[in-house]
Structures are given as C-alpha cells and as structure tokens.
Design a protein around this ligand. Structure first.
Ligand code: FE2
Ligand code: FE2
Length: 308
C-alpha cells in the first residue's frame, strides 16, 4: 500500500502580487526557483501522460497504486505552479512565450520518445531531488524565509512532497523496465534535456523581465555561460552580454553541505540506488506534522502558529 497523501493547495496567486524577485536577498535563487516553476509544469504534464500510458503494463497492484498516487501528487504540483507562473505572466506577458517553449520541450519527449525513456527520465531526475532539496530545505532560513510567503510556501510544499515520493519513480521504472544499465545509459541525454529546459526559462527571464526587477543575469547559474562571459571581457572587440550581476544562488550556503548534496546527486544515479535510505531534511518531518495538525501550510511563515 502506498503511503503517499494527495494534498490540494491553493496559494491564491490570483489575489496577490506575484513578484519575480520573490526573495530580494537572493536574486539568483529567486530566478532559479522561478525556472523550476516553469520546468515543473512541463515535466509534470509529461509525467501524468506517461503514467496513463504505463498503467496498462503495470501488473503489480502495489506498484499500480503507487503510480496512481504519484501521478496525482504531480498533478497537484503542476496545477499550483501554473497559478504561480500565470501570476508572473500577468506582469511580464512575454513569459507566455517562454512557458510555451518549456511545455513544448516536454511535449516533444511525450511525442518522440519511448515510454521506457520517459520512465528513465523521471526516475533519474527525481532521484536527484532528495539530496538537492535537502540542501535547500536545510537552509530555509536563507533561501525561503526572507521571501514572499506564498511563493516560499509553494516551493517548500513541493520539495517536501518530492522527498515524500522520492522512491515512486524508481519503483515504477523498475516494475516496467527494470534495467539499471538502460537508466544509466540514458542519463547524459536526460540531464542535457533538463539543463536545456532550464536554459530556455533563464533566457526567457533575461529577455522578458527587466533587469531592474530581476537583479541578476538569469543565465549566471550555468558555469559554461559564466566562462564565456569572462572570456568576452578579455577578447578585444567583444563585450560580455550585459544581462546583470553574475550572482549564484548557493554562494552563501555552507560549502560542506553543497558538497554533500553534490555527492548525493552522483550517488542517486548509481545502480541499485535506493532513495528510501536517503537522509531527509528535518523540515520535511516538521511540515508533515504541522499539516496533520491543521496548520495552514500555504502560508508557512505567516500562518497562525498556535494551530500547530
Ligand atoms: Fe512534483
Ligand atoms: Fe516528483
């Protein structure tokens, strides 16, 4: 039996301003998280289609139940991110074009790649989430707390549920495909696609959101881009693109924790990796306890704490 709980959220983005720079203390993290919102819509749409397609070939009842709950959680994430991105598009209508491109990149996968490939894609990418989101949630005081509460609460909820269903995609992949070698062989093309999509979003931010409001070169998260920009300052006649400060989201986080997360990402791609054994962020446990106690997790930092 699956332990997953499908929780419906409403962050009321239509009633509130949705700032692009939602954590003014960290423009690079604001931009990166916004890119995750765009990616989530396309990726989770692909997941829903993929599970619907996989269902007839899942023979194990427990796996079928896990797949259903996993799909429904991802469907909720997608809905919430759509509302978030809709709020951004209200201010910056050009971002509609960016959203269409991001969704298009995942629709292409649904159309042009096999079910096995998409199951591997989902298993590989989701396996990286627990170590990466642990780094973020362990540093909530710097990354989320100073930000807009609704946007912060959206990401905290999503990342906590990604930790909750950290084993689902691998369970489904193992049941339908069951080949670590296949999964590992596809990893380079899978992660190239992920980075390409984040690049589409980041280029869209540079293009459609004025620098005075985003306060960062959204492409600065890419090492290669940073290198090229540096190179351009040295070559006579070439100027670096003036897209803003080359800030990085995790610069202020403890280096040791960043290295642990990196190690976790590498480990997540190894054969026989079992996400169930991962170290979990303390905030995830606290979040589930507060949710069960009736606390308004849609306003994580500002809701009435007496309920918890
Ligand atoms: Fe998700
Ligand atoms: Fe997920």
């Amino acid at each position: 039996m699956t332990d997953l709980v499908v929780r419906k959220m409403n962050f009321a983005f239509e009633d509130h301003e949705v700032p692009f720079l939602w954590n003014p203390q960290n423009p690079a993290f604001s931009s990166m998280a916004n890119a995750v919102s765009f990616l989530a819509i396309g990726f989770e749409k692909m997941i829903v289609n993929m599970i619907l397609q996989a269902k007839p070939v899942i023979t194990d009842a427990a796996v079928a139940e896990e797949a259903e709950a996993f799909m429904r959680q991802e469907g909720q994430h997608s809905t919430a991110h759509r509302q978030h991105v809709k709020g951004l598009i209200r201010h910056y209508p050009g971002l509609q074009e960016t959203l269409d491109e991001v969704i298009g990149a995942f629709d292409e996968l649904t159309r042009d790649t096999s079910l096995e490939y998409r199951l591997a894609y989902t298993a590989d990418l989701e396996a990286t989430f627990t170590p990466v989101f642990k780094l973020m949630l362990d540093n909530e005081a710097a990354l989320f707390r100073p930000g807009d509460d609704r946007v912060a609460s959206l990401f905290i909820w999503h990342f906590v549920e990604e930790v909750e269903h950290r084993s689902s995609a691998l369970i489904i992949f193992d049941s339908v495909v069951g080949s670590d070698i296949y999964r590992m062989r596809q990893a380079p093309s899978i992660f190239k696609h992920v980075l390409d999509v984040i690049k589409i979003a980041s280029e869209g931010f540079n293009k459609h959101v004025p620098l005075e409001e985003r306060k960062v070169d959204a492409m600065a998260m890419f090492a290669r881009y940073r290198r090229v920009q540096k190179l351009r300052t040295w070559i006579p006649g070439l100027e670096p693109a003036n897209n803003g400060p080359m800030l990085r989201a995790f610069d202020d986080l403890p280096l040791r924790e960043q290295l642990v997360a990196l190690g976790g990402v590498v480990r997540s791609q190894m054969p026989r990796h079992n996400p169930a054994h991962e170290k979990l962020p303390a905030l995830a446990g606290e979040w589930f306890a507060r949710y069960d106690a009736g606390y308004d997790v849609q306003r994580w930092y500002t809701a009435d704490a007496t309920l918890s």
